[in-house]
Ligand binder design. Structure first.
Ligand SMILES: [Fe+2]
Length: 443
């Protein structure tokens, strides 16, 4: 949406007032006896009160009515959203999904929340440790209905169709090749403008942060200044027919009614906000001599576990870049990993599998499940002449990499009807090149 303004910086202490109400942020204190314009003060805490400063997250919202004014919550249908990891038998096979089907609007109207389908995950919201990967497919905007997640943070990766996300902090337009993060507890509503599809990485018990850079230094990968956060925007709108708040709580959905819009925050300040990021801003670092850096070099955001260096989940991208490594098999190497790797494709073709892995689809290589380039990719790249070349031009693939051993849901295995049973064929044609008579060439 043209004209939307943002503030830049990752995790800054921001302040914002809707320009219609100058002076609406209290000065010098959070909780005046009476707030400017007769507003209510409300704190949204994103971390324990006592977290060390670098991890301490909270925002103060100054709103027309506090969010506590609502009718009781009651259980609501949750469609294909689940946290039941026992509904299907474990399956260690390589999995690949064809593009997930978007419902046509002449068929059924499906909004962002109704269109959330859990594909895989592990852990549990109650003990605050876990992960879910969801796919969303929808065709209609949320009307007088907002969502908030009491369980965790949503990292949203649009693949088709832009999302106009109205939040308590203001509005964000998020297009394919951008991502948005809506953190735990933040109310939001999604408008779409047609058939819409994307991915959601949900984590419990941690917030996304920028990865440490180590010897890379102070700059590079996703730079903090490229993260954008909305500016305050409010509506003082009565909804006599009822405004519905959908709350994801302990893996289930609940709804409650209130008679006003929850987007009534006139001013706010704090460091706990929704934000977005354009993936084209990612500064790619890679080998300029030989061999590969591990794919962690492509990490945009990480949700850390309590074990040093081990993520609940990393969000990793494979952007357009130069491939220049000498005497190197340049596509991804064959590997088995103690982490789970879910991949999706926003646009273009992924280099290790030119066919079969399509935009809007996905793949899952579970813990210690072998994977790597298909046979065709191997043959091509062991015989090609190495010269500097563009890799992944016009493409954006991504990976959700997790230390959890994820269960695939019944929806992912059966209901979606997109699981490609022929996936393993792409490695069937790998043949032995072993020659016991081979000798090193004399220099
Ligand atoms: Fe992998």
């Amino acid at each position: 949406m043209a004209g939307l303004k943002y503030m830049s910086g990752f995790g800054n202490e921001f302040s914002s007032e809707d320009p219609r109400c100058p002076g609406s942020l209290p000065e010098g204190q959070n909780n005046p006896q009476v707030c400017p314009y007769g507003l209510y003060a409300e704190q949204l805490s994103g971390s324990a009160f006592t977290c060390p400063r670098p991890a301490n997250k909270r925002s103060w919202l100054y709103r027309v009515l506090p969010s506590v004014k609502h009718k009781p919550f009651s259980p609501a249908p949750r469609g294909d959203l689940t946290e039941s990891w026992e509904e299907a038998e474990p399956d260690p096979n390589q999995m690949r999904w064809l593009p997930f089907t978007i419902p046509t609007s002449s068929d059924t109207k499906v909004d962002f929340v109704a269109g959330l389908h859990t594909l895989c995950g592990a852990g549990d919201a109650k003990s605050r440790n876990g992960i879910c990967i969801h796919v969303y497919t929808c065709n209609t905007s949320m009307e007088d209905r907002c969502f908030n997640n009491s369980d965790g943070d949503f990292l949203i990766v649009p693949q088709q169709g832009e999302l106009l996300i109205t939040t308590e902090f203001g509005k964000m337009m998020v297009e394919p090749n951008e991502i948005a993060v809506i953190q735990q507890g933040m109310r939001f509503s999604v408008d779409v403008s047609g058939p819409t599809r994307g991915y959601v990485l949900e984590v419990y018990g941690a917030h996304y942060e920028l990865p440490d850079l180590g010897p890379i230094g102070a700059n590079g990968l996703a730079n903090p200044r490229d993260f954008l956060c909305p500016v305050a925007w409010y509506e003082d709108r009565q909804v006599s027919t009822g405004y519905t708040v959908v709350n994801k709580y302990q893996g289930k959905l609940f709804t409650c009614e209130q008679d006003f819009s929850p987007f009534n925050v006139v001013a706010w300040h704090g460091n706990y906000t929704p934000y977005k990021y354009g993936l084209e801003n990612f500064m790619v670092i890679n080998s300029v001599s030989f061999d590969h850096a591990d794919p962690s070099i492509f990490t945009v955001l990480t949700a850390k576990s309590t074990r040093p260096g081990v993520a609940i989940a990393d969000f990793v991208i494979f952007p357009p870049r130069w491939g220049v490594a000498d005497r190197t098999f340049r596509p991804p190497y064959y590997h088995r990993n103690c982490m789970s790797e879910f991949m999706g494709l926003i646009k273009g073709h992924y280099e290790a599998k030119e066919e079969g892995f399509q935009p809007g689809g996905g793949s899952l290589h579970s813990i210690m499940t072998p994977h790597g380039p298909d046979a065709e990719c191997f043959e091509k790249n062991t015989t090609s002449t190495l010269k500097p070349e563009r890799v992944a031009e016009g493409t954006m693939a991504f990976m959700f990499e997790s230390s959890f051993s994820m269960a695939v849901t019944k929806w992912g295995l059966k209901t979606c009807e997109r699981l490609d049973k022929s996936y393993y064929h792409c490695w069937e044609h790998l043949r032995s090149h072993f020659n016991p008579n081979w000798r090193p060439s004399k220099q």
